[in-house]
Design a protein around this ligand. Sequence first.
Ligand code: MG
Length: 381
Amino acid sequence: MLARWACDPRHSRGRRHPEAPAFDRTDHQRDRDRIVHCTAFRRLVYKTQVFINHEGDLFRTRLTHSLEVAQLSRSVARRLQLSEDLVEAIALAHDLGHTPFGHAGQDALQQCMQDHGGFEHNLQSLRVVDTLEQRYPGFDGLNLCFETREGILKHCSRKNAQRLEAIEPGGVGRRFLDGGQPSLEAQIVNLADAMAYSAHDIDDGLRSGLLTIEMLDEVPLFLRLRRAVQQDHPDLAGRAGRREVFEVLRRMLSQQVHDLVQTTEAVLTAADPDDVDALRALPPLAKFSAAMAEDTALLGRFLFKALYRHPQVEGSTWRARQVVAELYAAYLAEPTEMPADFADCADGPRAVADYIAGMTDRFALREHQRLTGRSIFGTHS
Ligand code: MG
């Protein structure tokens, strides 16, 4: 029961290496299964989203974040009659290219690679599924469908889009040159990504003590929902525990999902695209109402200021950047410190970036200590 603008797995633009269809699964299900079984997916469990992994076991990692994005994406996709399996595949793969230590690692690697073609985490996620995973006898990568790869490549610089276009004419780089949009499934995952991290970063921020409820009351959406929860559950007031926060976050996500579905339905009805290709030529159709977009933007700005720029997070950020920059310099000077696959690669800087990007936080810390003799975070031996 797919809408006519949905990605129908029977009409995929196909895989780069042609394969016979599976007898028991659609191409979207098959992509999702390939992603779940790949090595980069398992590494997400030890990669930081915001907090350094060793600071506590209950904080989100990139793996739990990806699962939350998949859950929200599926809920929205089902209600809009889109391909649930495709949104799940895109969501589970969307962060595969992330370096250790969250954005700190990405920024550091970007700086190291600035004269060697740069480093973009979205492009790196595509590189993981197109090239770096080595599991199949006939090809490198996972050989995913065009639609999954299109969704994974959320952003791409013009220069990199031109490079992709040269290798794969009319492929996933094209829309960044022509100004087109990806499928509605991909648009939904992008919004679900932001919904997921805003909600879980509130939870993790409170759990860590870096945020307080009083600080969050600055955020109109949070305050409004908290007042409503208190009205519905006066017994929660003053009781120890975090149920009030969970209830606020639960309502926040439900309202966002509902708003996104309703607004997008109305936009789709007005635009009435014939099929997914017609939809790709239109402006983005997946959106929140103006009021919810404003609420969500205010929440995002609050988190940026209060949490992502918190001195304690910044302190970890600074040290994480140092680990990545020093690892990069060490491997570039002595490539044989890397496994043979990487050491033998003709493009030295790219091989070093690929190797570091694939590391978990704790592996990066161990390697850093092994190569420099110093323990920057002090708790990882
Ligand atoms: Mg994400």
